[in-house]
Design a protein around this ligand. Structure first.
Ligand code: SF4
Ligand code: SF4
Length: 404
């Protein structure tokens, strides 16, 4: 068994299990070892204290080692020869370093000859120390740090439990990673605090030596469909992406921005790493702390539960009618998508952004106007770049999938 990952290879793997009639393969797991529990209290967090959270009133939301062992054993068997584990929260480091050391112990015990395993973690970075870094280095983990930009921007919404900004603590975590030579990427949430500062953000991340950046647009709404104050508009998001594209373009061979990577992957005939650009919503599943399984991070709701790893096998979970029902939400055609020149790249965007404002999957993606702006700006240059690099269309490939 071998550990793959790191920032360089992007964990690209051949497509598996796509033979006609087979249930679409679950190609990666997004695991929440402490459910929504977090050591921070970010104003915009969609996962903390959601009304629809099936677990919010339950004490002790922490994955047991018995559940972890079942998860590793079952999923390594199901996903052979390529197994992808991604940890998220809440704040996954709250599960403690011994939990993750046990994880790799189980992976080594249950992994088979020729099996390729990769681990990823998305964290706010606050609890990281040298011991965490030793684990990440030894097993080639893919580490993502959540930071929204310079101090005044980050601290506009990312508070600790006492209501104070957390930027300095996150920077300490980043310095710890850098001191230990752990490669990492940053995930930056775009809110009203930073969406008008694309060049400043890009320069800030470059000044930290970051080479892989992911931007996530915020779109949360009240019961009447009105955007919450931190939610950005499609026009703001479109302008942000276009300006970022312009400032990034001269650095394109040394800095990676996930959205632009995904467009390039689609243009190269490969399946993009982000599920939002897939034809259907069935690439990955979420595993909650108690083993419950859901089809998407944005729909961890009892109505969408697919099963539980302690009682259901992975092939059973993969074949659940509800999984097909959820996957097909994305294929509900909107008239505008049907005639859109970018349909083969965009595939109608993300059902979360269709469903968000008015709870209707058949609506147009809230960010459609932003996508059209950036596709109009970026598709031409990226297409020429892809052709220059490859000289030919490659065979389709698959990588770790998530909306992040
Ligand atoms: S994030 Fe969006 S595109 Fe991805 S699985 Fe969920 S609803 Fe589908
Ligand atoms: S850009 Fe807009 S219209 Fe075009 S496919 Fe995407 S969501 Fe649909």
């Amino acid at each position: 068994m071998a550990y793959t990952g790191g920032m360089g290879d992007g964990a690209h793997f051949p497509i598996l299990g796509t033979e006609p009639g087979a249930a679409p393969r679950i190609s990666s797991l997004l695991i929440k070892p402490v459910s929504a529990v977090c050591n921070l209290d970010c104003v915009y967090c969609f996962y903390l204290d959601r009304e629809a959270d099936p677990y919010k009133s339950l004490p002790g939301r922490r994955m047991t080692l018995e559940t972890l062992e079942r998860l590793v054993d079952g999923y390594l068997f199901y996903s052979y020869p390529v197994s992808i584990f991604a940890f998220q929260g809440g704040e996954p480091t709250l599960a403690g370093l011994p939990f993750f050391e046990k994880l790799v112990e189980f992976q080594q015990h249950y992994g088979r000859n020729g099996q390729s395993v990769s681990n990823a973690i998305q964290t706010n970075g606050i609890l990281l120390d040298d011991a965490w870094c030793a684990l990440f280095m030894q097993y080639n983990w893919l580490v993502g740090i959540s930071i929204d930009g310079p101090e005044e921007v980050h601290d506009a919404y990312r508070f600790n439990k006492a209501g104070r900004g957390t930027w300095r603590q996150v920077i300490r975590g980043i310095e710890t990673l850098q001191r230990n030579r752990v490669e990492f990427n940053v995930l930056c949430v775009l809110s009203q605090a930073n969406v008008e500062k694309p060049r400043e953000l890009y320069r800030f991340f470059r000044s930290l030596g970051i080479q892989y950046i992911q931007y996530i647009p915020l779109a949360e709404f009240d019961r009447d469909g009105n955007p919450l104050p931190f939610t950005i508009t499609p026009e703001q998001y479109g302008r942000f992406l276009c300006e970022t594209f312009d400032v990034w373009w001269p650095d394109r061979r040394k800095v990676r921005i996930r959205f632009f990577d995904n467009i390039a992957e689609a243009l190269a005939g490969r399946k993009p790493g982000s599920c939002t650009m897939h034809e259907t919503c069935d690439s990955y599943v979420v595993v909650e702390y108690n083993g419950d399984v859901y089809p998407c991070d944005f729909f961890v709701e009892s109505g969408w539960k697919l099963g539980n790893i302690l009682v259901d096998s992975w092939p059973e979970i993969a074949r659940r009618q509800r999984r097909y029902q959820f996957a097909s939400k994305k294929t509900i055609a909107h008239p505008e998508c049907q005639v859109c020149e970018y349909q083969s790249i965009c595939h109608g965007g993300c059902p979360k952004f269709r469903h968000g404002p008015h709870r209707r999957f058949e609506d147009l993606d809230y960010f459609c106007a932003a996508y059209k702006m950036i596709y109009a700006r970026a598709v031409g240059p990226l297409k020429r770049e892809v052709e220059k690099i490859l000289g030919r269309a490659p065979a389709p490939e698959l990588e770790a999938v998530s909306p992040y």
